[in-house]
Design a protein around this ligand. Structure first.
Ligand SMILES: NC(=O)c1ccc[n+]([C@@H]2O[C@H](COP(=O)([O-])OP(=O)(O)OC[C@H]3O[C@@H](n4cnc5c(N)ncnc54)[C@H](OP(=O)(O)O)[C@@H]3O)[C@@H](O)[C@H]2O)c1
Length: 285
């Protein structure tokens, strides 16, 4: 019997990974780690073992990983704290004698200029130094990051960004969850996967597809990084977040979120979801 633990199991990606795992292995062999186990009652009812684990509480991690063979470490969302938090999971996994760990990193890893990259790169280095058998799953951007604001775009007739005519190879969370579950069950270790959509699009193509499917005219308005940061602040985002997102948008215009390796569909065994499908789902509401 092999047991498979998933950290961040209460998150949007984590739940989709649990759903994938339930198709692949026995529910009782899945260990879902959560700060608040009661958030996963529906999975406990299916037979999944739900255990309390907090990246900030080493004892909880040691207890939660007892008897676990394989771990999926889903990166946390406390930006600035993550190197330490991920390091704590890696240490606990090593102490518990796990045989394999997969970590959800960022597309292009150490070559990425995105502001969010350094914590992921630091985690990749901790993993390499740990001696743990592991794979790195360098996730690209979620398609949902772009469809999340569709209601506003339909109202204003505009999608803003600083991407220029750069191409974006996004994948849905469900696509990336399928890849992560496949690695958790079958990964051998020693691999670095660049995981992104099979297809790519420009923001002008995105706006044209929204217009086609919604029947409402929506245009892409390209802004400088500084202008786009102001637009995001105007929409209510705190200045540091607006600056980070605008910087990401501008760098994505230079290919930081583009990848044509098709590694994700090879890993998951199925094509990734085209952006037109994700737009269609978002328009259904
Ligand atoms: N590729 C992309 O486009 C993209 C976009 C956004 C984020 N990400 C990264 O991908 C990860 C997964 O994405 P997502 O959409 O599932 O994010 P999410 O819904 O925000 O989930 C984050 C998960 O991390 C858990 N977590 C946070 N702090 C923790 C702690 N101290 N101890 C234990 N668990 C903790 C959360 O648990 P609680 O339920 O207890 O809060 C939640 O389960 C994110 O955390 C982030 O690192 C990627």
């Amino acid at each position: 019997m092999t047991t498979y633990a998933v950290t961040g199991a209460t998150g949007k990606l984590g739940r989709l990974v649990l759903n994938e795992l339930l198709q692949k292995v026995e529910a009782g062999d899945i260990v879902a780690l959560a700060r608040d186990p009661s958030a996963l009652d529906e999975y406990a009812a299916k037979g999944v073992q739900v255990r309390r684990a907090d990246y900030d509480d080493a004892e909880s991690l040691a207890a939660a990983l007892q008897g676990v063979d394989r771990v999926l470490l889903i990166s946390g969302n406390a930006v600035g704290q993550r190197e330490r938090q991920h390091g704590a999971v890696i240490e606990a996994a090593k102490a518990a004698g796990v045989s394999y760990l997969a970590y959800t990193s960022i597309l292009k890893g150490d070559r990425s200029r995105l502001a969010l990259a350094p914590e992921h790169v630091a985690t990749e280095k901790l993993l390499a130094a740990s001696g743990l058998n592991h794979d790195v799953l360098r996730n690209g951007w979620y398609s949902e990051n772009y469809t999340g604001g569709l209601a506003q775009s339909l109202e204003s007739g505009k999608v803003f960004g600083a991407v220029g005519d750069g191409r974006l190879s996004t994948a849905t969370r469900a696509d990336l969850a399928a890849g992560a579950a496949a690695a958790l069950v079958n990964g051998k270790g020693g691999d670095v996967y660049e995981l992104a959509g099979d297809e790519s699009f420009t923001m002008a193509e995105f706006a044209a597809e929204v217009s086609r499917q919604s029947g409402r005219q929506v245009e892409y308005v390209n802004q400088s990084e500084g202008e786009y940061a102001k637009t995001l602040e105007g929409a209510g985002l705190p200045p540091p977040i607006a600056a980070m997102l605008a910087g990401t948008s501008a760098l994505s215009g230079e290919g930081e979120l583009y990848d044509d390796s098709k590694s994700l569909s090879r890993l998951s065994g199925r094509p990734t979801t085209p952006i037109r499908t994700t737009i269609g789902e978002a328009l259904k509401g």
